[in-house]
Design a protein around this ligand. Structure first.
Ligand SMILES: [Cu+2]
Length: 79
């Protein structure tokens, strides 16, 4: 699945266990999708370069943040 990070906020996200998740950037600055517990990390992506990461295989709710903007917080639900 693919989703967009725009307006410095993460969208509500529900993904399947182990899904390949592609992220695109709708902002002027780069972002990352990084699990607070360190279990996954998209790496940096920007308007010109999307990124893909693998969702956890364990169902649950995972807190995410952006390494470029530590004030950004969100949640990925795996089920
Ligand atoms: Cu960011």
């Amino acid at each position: 699945m693919t989703f967009s990070v725009k307006g410095y906020t993460f969208p509500a996200l529900t993904v399947a266990p182990g899904a390949q998740v592609t992220v695109i950037d709708g902002d002027d600055e780069p972002h990352t999708v990084t699990a607070v517990d360190g279990s996954f990390d998209s790496g940096t992506f920007d308007a010109a370069h999307r990124a893909t990461f693998t969702a956890p295989t364990e169902p649950g709710s995972y807190a995410i943040t952006c390494q470029v903007h530590p004030s950004m917080h969100g949640t990925i639900v795996v089920r």
